[in-house]
Design a protein around this ligand. Structure first.
Ligand SMILES: NC(=O)c1ccc[n+]([C@@H]2O[C@H](COP(=O)([O-])OP(=O)(O)OC[C@H]3O[C@@H](n4cnc5c(N)ncnc54)[C@H](O)[C@@H]3O)[C@@H](O)[C@H]2O)c1
Ligand SMILES: [Zn+2]
Ligand SMILES: [Zn+2]
Length: 417
């Protein structure tokens, strides 16, 4: 077993002794290369830290961007993962709202709870944890140098910074899957639907039926949207959505007339809102795909330069959102984009009078709305049956591969350390 770094913030030397290597964690080693390594256990470094023993930890579509495209901003050995929950092992002296033995879910944003941004419900912009070196918003767990290079939660143990505020205490008893998605999927989808601002009795179309997009359709239905449409191209994902009443259109069948078909389904105008839950790796954008392959092959410095000055996004989903939404409607972007100069049809955006809202989810902002829905009777958003795969942490390399390639019906993987 080779010694390795655990990313900035680890308490150990850069290359620790073998004797210090005790916990298992999913580490990035290169494009499409993640491995389960043995790394040092994290320790309390700040009085606001906690250590959590992870019981469930999911793989997200955002992790796939690291797997394939964003490698220029990660170092070999960085620990991935930002959708964890578990049991508190230890807390720093300033952490009083949780204590050892508590069951907690960890938000993917690291936020302080007392700056101007946090006070205003913009926890993903937290001024205490913003990464000023890269001009980005709040730090995130396990998500590249752009977001603080904090060791992630696909691991047996996690150091949680800002733990006096972040961790969400949940009741003992119900299965982990009831609460796990409070870390990301639920608040992301809730915010996407809130930002979509669907009028009462109105219509919404969701692009992408991955875990985020499907949850958007469920939340929109729960909140009373009259018509919920969606587009994807993976047969099982389309079927899952149809099973709960979504009008799910297969991009492969629609060809060039998707816009016409959608208008026919929405009174001739187009939906009131379109949610883009696809992001920068959209299917059907050959030039962007070449740019992304190129960035993955370049040395880090050159790739960083390309990504921060040019357009590397595959924009087909965003461009179809602009085309599909009705005049005067809203586009809510939850898919992640990365290029600095991606071409946008400003004429069409302006002419159609489109409102665009977007951003990382402000996780803590939505927890009071969501907690009753996942902990009460019934399971209105269907979280208990949401995952298709529950696998041991050691199976992470295969899990990433089947999730990316959409093989074996893989839709959402929960890893069990
Ligand atoms: N804003 C946030 O805070 C936040 C949080 C979590 C995830 N995300 C982002 O949300 C996006 C979706 O995440 P996920 O976990 O559901 O990922 P995913 O990769 O499983 O889902 C993406 C889906 O889009 C479909 N798709 C691809 N091209 C398409 C196209 N042209 N038209 C329609 N559908 C298309 C794919 O088949 C897939 O089912 C990712 O970009 C992820 O980074 C954002
Ligand atoms: Zn995520
Ligand atoms: Zn803050």
């Amino acid at each position: 077993m080779s010694a390795r770094r655990t990313g900035r913030g680890a308490s150990h030397d850069e290359f620790p002794d073998e004797s210090e290597l005790t916990m298992r964690a999913v580490a990035w080693h290169g494009t499409r290369d993640v491995r389960v390594d043995t790394v040092p256990d994290p320790t309390i470094e700040q009085p606001t830290d906690a250590i959590v023993r992870i019981t469930s930890t999911a793989i997200c579509g955002s992790d796939l961007h690291l797997y394939e495209v964003l490698g220029a901003f990660i170092d070999e050995g960085d620990v991935l993962g930002h959708e964890p929950m578990g049991v508190v092992e230890a807390v720093g002296s300033e952490v009083t709202q949780i204590r050892p033995g508590d069951r907690v879910v960890i938000p993917f944003n690291v936020s302080c709870g007392h700056c101007w941004m946090c006070d205003n419900g913009l926890q993903s912009q937290c001024e205490t944890t913003q990464v000023r070196e890269y001009g980005t918003g709040a730090s995130l767990l396990g998500y590249t140098k752009l977001y603080g290079q904090i060791p992630g939660g696909q691991a047996e143990l996690l150091r949680v910074p800002q733990a006096h505020y972040g961790p969400i205490k949940v009741p003992d008893g119900p299965p982990d899957d009831r609460f796990l998605y409070l870390s990301d999927v639920l608040p992301t989808a809730w915010q996407a639907v809130a930002y979509a601002d669907v009028p009462s009795g109105g219509s919404v179309l969701v692009l992408g039926l991955g875990p985020i997009g499907e949850m958007c359709t469920r939340i929109a239905q729960h909140q009373g949207a009259e018509t919920v449409l969606a587009v994807d191209l993976v047969p099982e994902r389309l079927q899952r959505a149809r099973d709960h009443g979504v009008v799910a259109l297969d991009l492969n069948d629609e060809g060039r007339d998707l816009a016409g078909h959608v208008r026919d389904l929405t009174g001739g105008r187009g939906p009131d809102a379109v949610i883009d839950a696809v992001g920068l790796e959209a299917h059907g954008a050959p030039i962007g795909k070449i740019a992304q392959r190129l960035t993955a092959m370049l040395p880090d410095v050159a790739a960083q330069k390309l990504m921060t000055t040019a357009g590397i996004d595959r924009l087909s989903a965003l461009h179809s959102a602009i085309e599909l939404v009705r005049r005067g409607g809203t586009i809510s972007l939850s898919g992640v984009y990365g290029g600095a100069a991606s071409p946008m049809p400003l004429l069409q955006l302006f002419d159609k009078q489109i409102t665009v809202r977007q951003g990382q989810a402000n996780v803590r902002r939505w927890i009071d709305d969501l907690l009753p829905l996942v902990s009460g009777d019934g399971d209105p958003l269907g979280v208990e049956e949401y995952a298709t795969h529950r696998l041991p942490l050691d199976d992470a390399p295969r899990a990433y591969e089947i999730f990316q390639k959409k093989q074996e019906g893989c839709f959402k993987v929960v890893l069990k350390p």
